[in-house]
Design a protein. Structure first.
Length: 148
């Protein structure tokens, strides 16, 4: 079951940041991952929570970033950047696919033309199944973009 992110979900979103960006946390001290949830609820913030019974099992959300304080997968100020994470014991059950599909639908409904993300190189193939294409890469990460 999915439901929209609400303000009381902020603690869970912060917890999910560790799962989403575990591979980036020590790499880039200039762009702290907390930026992805700080002051949640501003214009351009939207997300969904997956539930396993009464408990949250994963989250996918997007937000707009400013060029002066970009996220890892920043493309431009009009393109929201997606973050997604599933709790470890719920991985492999389709939760991520469900979250990602719902969030892409939400971005379309909100009128966005495209959405970006930052992925570890080994995650690229997964995101390509959802229409994401590589637009930039370095030794540690790949920035991907999906046209909606």
């Amino acid at each position: 079951m999915l439901r929209p992110v609400e303000i009381h979900d902020l603690r869970f979103l912060r917890d999910m940041l560790r799962h989403a960006y575990y591979w980036r946390i020590a790499e880039d001290r200039e762009r702290p991952v907390y930026r992805y949830v700080q002051n949640w609820g501003r214009k351009g913030d939207a997300g969904v929570i997956a539930l396993a019974g009464p408990h949250p099992a994963g989250a996918a959300w997007y937000r707009l970033f400013d060029e002066r304080a970009p996220g890892f997968g920043f493309v431009d100020e009009r393109t929201p950047e997606l973050t997604i994470a599933v709790v470890p014991n719920r991985r492999g059950h389709g939760t991520g696919r469900e979250l990602l599909s719902a969030l892409l639908d939400r971005a379309r409904a909100d009128g966005y033309a495209q959405i970006s993300l930052s992925a570890a190189p080994e995650q690229v193939e997964y995101y390509e199944r959802f229409g994401f294409e590589t637009v930039d890469e370095d030794d540690h990460a790949v920035t991907m973009l999906a046209r909606l």
